[in-house]
Design a protein around this ligand. Structure first.
Ligand SMILES: Nc1nc2c(ncn2[C@@H]2O[C@H](COP(=O)(O)OP(=O)(O)O)[C@@H](O)[C@H]2O)c(=O)[nH]1
Ligand SMILES: Nc1ncnc2c1ncn2[C@@H]1O[C@H](COP(=O)(O)OP(=O)(O)O)[C@@H](O)[C@H]1O
Length: 205
């Protein structure tokens, strides 16, 4: 039987650098996670592609997917739906591939309830001033949206207690290395290695 893949969940406030860290992580040749592309009702930003960055759908389409039980989790975030299609995640995990989700905190809590074996990592900003300056510097959101995201951020940071690991995104390279270290040590956890190890010992034990 193929060993089930691991589910890695990364959350953190808007603008902390989740997308940037994820991109750097996926460019690392030693990393072979499969990224689960989320579905959203928000409008694509300049340069974002349907089926690459997100599956961009209408509100009605999104609600149909929810009704049909096709989402692993979903949440409303700053007036839009975001969610993880269930099929892809299940298929990849069953095929033994590790799956990486980049999702907000309410969705991560739903995943935690369904997949307690997942690895839950929270990416934090060095401080809130830096978070605001990253959101402003990114230049993708109007000031009103930035303010809503900062308000949401303070609630999100308090939900960090539901995660297993906290990684401060001071330097991208440090954050990437810490995430790789976390996953490496999770792979060695007794609960993950013991079934295969016992099998490998043969019948005499
Ligand atoms: N629950 C949930 N949150 C998601 C999903 N995909 C993205 N998000 C989160 O939704 C929030 C807003 O995403 P986005 O509009 O792309 O803004 P950005 O993360 O600041 O670039 C972020 O916290 C994302 O991590 C998803 O499938 N489910
Ligand atoms: N470690 C870092 N140091 C400085 N700037 C960063 C760092 N990580 C990300 N950024 C910048 O912060 C902005 C927000 O990053 P992004 O990856 O879009 O965040 P998120 O996906 O969490 O919303 C981008 O302009 C990005 O270049």
């Amino acid at each position: 039987m193929t060993k089930r893949g691991m589910l890695i969940v990364l959350s953190g406030p808007s603008g902390v650098g989740k997308g940037t860290v994820r991109k750097a992580l996926f460019e690392d040749p030693s990393v072979d996670f499969n990224y689960s592309i989320s579905m959203t009702t928000r409008q694509p930003r300049d340069g974002e592609q349907n089926g690459v960055d997100y599956y961009f759908v209408s509100k009605t389409e999104f609600e149909d997917h929810i009704k049909n039980g096709e989402m692993l989790e979903y949440a409303k975030y700053v007036d839009n739906y975001y969610g993880t299609p269930l099929n892809y995640v299940n298929q990849q995990l069953e095929a033994g591939h590790d799956v990486f989700l980049e999702i907000e905190v309410n969705g991560a809590l739903q995943v935690r309830a369904n997949c307690p074996d997942g690895i839950f990592i929270f990416l934090t900003p060095p401080d809130i001033k830096e978070l605001r300056s990253r959101l402003v510097g990114r230049g993708t959101d109007a000031l009103e949206v930035i303010n809503k995201r900062i308000q949401t951020a303070s609630k999100e940071i308090h939900m960090m207690q539901n995660y297993d690991y906290a990684v401060v995104n001071d330097k991208i390279e440090n954050a990437v290395n810490q995430i790789k270290d976390i996953v490496r040590s999770e792979r060695l956890k007794v609960k993950r290695v013991m079934p295969d190890y016992l099998d490998s010992l043969g019948d005499e034990i």
